[in-house]
Design a protein around this ligand. Structure first.
Ligand SMILES: C[S@@+](CC[C@H](N)C(=O)[O-])C[C@H]1O[C@@H](n2cnc3c(N)ncnc32)[C@H](O)[C@@H]1O
Length: 381
């Protein structure tokens, strides 16, 4: 037990711990059957603590926050009394300890001795999320991301991170938006997780009155989003069913956002945003098929001869043409990694801030011609 305790202490103190999982529960707690227990580092105000989340077979969970200094002792106490196995996942590797049927304690570690030297990046440290894991949000419960008690459902952890990452990116552009009465369009909004989160962020965290219009082709999805918005009394979160090309919205946008609008729908989104003078655009493109069907380039035939490389190159060129069109329309353009690439390959975000007047679009048009791409943005110049 001392070896796993020492190892946990090192991982916790160094901040290199990714998670600890206690499994094979030997006993119940107060008559409640335990399903499993997971521990991660979290930042609570200025302190990093180990958060222990015990999940019960009947649903529901208990959270405990333990100081870094007491963490190893506490977790090993739980392991000894209540569980058959403990797994430690650290930046330096994994370790496991478990009891055999005969009650013998086994210990394996592939965590490098040098784990204290692992360079911990911000991504792996306990994060200051805009939405806290410890708070219950009505909209996250309504969207099925949290359960009634406020626990983030296991299968929705990645969606929760995605929402938080999106809010983090929004927080970098609020300075380009009006101080009050902000208008946002979410085009191709789908289930609208981000519209709900952005609405909450602007109206209830930043206290800026904000109206968000979500538009999508899917009638049933729009009706569902509309019913949730009414249930939550989000008066300024308005959903419209229709094609983003043909659905006029009552107010011009200060910001247009769009997540994973399929294929050329992203071009329509960007075109609409620029034509309607949006000051800020946040868009994560989705599958980019159009160019792969028609791309031509003698110089790049050594790539285009291979279908998978051709597909990847076409996606990159498509996004680069979009960025060029936005740039020549007077936007300052950045491409970001939206979330961890391990979570989805569709993780490039185009962030554009209007800073100057449009040019004649010559660079954009030349790029389209060079690769035989459709000119989606000629009307902007
Ligand atoms: C991959 S889903 C993404 C949905 C949502 N933004 C999200 O990230 O969860 C793409 C959505 O785009 C919508 N869509 C595609 N073309 C559209 C168009 N021309 N007008 C409106 N919605 C469109 C589809 O109905 C679909 O809901």
């Amino acid at each position: 037990m001392e070896r796993i305790k020492k190892l946990i202490n090192t991982c916790v103190q160094n901040g290199t711990l990714k998670k600890i999982v206690l499994s094979k529960p030997k006993t119940d707690e107060d008559g409640k059957k335990i399903s499993k227990c997971a521990c991660t580092l979290v930042k609570i105000r200025s302190d990093v603590m180990l958060q222990i989340q015990t999940t019960y077979a009947s649903g529901g969970a208990k959270h405990e926050n333990i100081s870094k200094d007491s963490a190893a002792e506490y977790v090993c106490g739980l392991f000894e009394r209540m569980y058959g196995q403990i797994n430690v996942v650290d930046l330096g590797g994994n370790a496991e300890s478990r009891y055999t049927k005969g009650g013998k304690l086994l210990f394996y570690s592939k965590i490098k001795e040098t784990c204290e030297k692992v360079n911990v990046t911000g991504q792996n440290r306990a994060k200051d999320y805009i939405l806290s894991k410890d708070k219950r949000y009505d909209f996250l419960v309504a969207l099925g991301i949290q359960d009634e008690s406020g626990r983030i459902k296991d299968k929705k952890q990645s969606k929760f991170r995605q929402i938080n990452k999106f809010l983090e990116i929004i927080s970098t552009v609020t300075k380009y938006l009006p101080n009050d009465n902000v208008v946002i369009w979410d085009l191709c909004c789908g289930k609208s997780y981000l519209s709900f989160a952005a609405y909450y962020y602007f109206n209830f965290i930043l206290n800026k009155r904000t109206v968000i219009y979500g538009v999508d082709l899917k009638k049933d999805v729009i009706e569902y989003c509309d019913s949730l918005s009414k249930k939550l009394n989000y008066d300024g979160l308005i959903f419209l069913h229709g094609d983003i090309n043909k659905t006029p919205l009552p107010e011009k946008p200060d910001m247009v956002m769009s997540l994973h609008a399929c294929d050329i729908a992203t071009d329509i989104v960007l075109n609409n945003a620029v034509s309607n003078s949006a000051g800020v655009i946040l868009s994560t493109p989705c599958c980019q098929h159009e160019l792969a069907e028609r791309i031509k380039s003698d110089d790049l035939s050594f790539i285009l001869d291979y279908p998978i490389l051709k597909q990847k190159l076409s996606a990159l060129v498509t996004d680069a043409i979009r960025c060029k069109a936005l740039k020549e329309s007077g936007y300052d353009v950045t491409c970001l990694e939206f979330i961890d690439p391990e979570e989805t390959p569709k993780n490039t975000m185009i962030k554009a801030i209007k800073t100057s007047n449009a040019s004649n679009g010559a660079g954009y048009k030349a790029l389209c011609d060079e690769f035989n791409a459709v000119h989606h943005f000629d009307n902007l110049f």
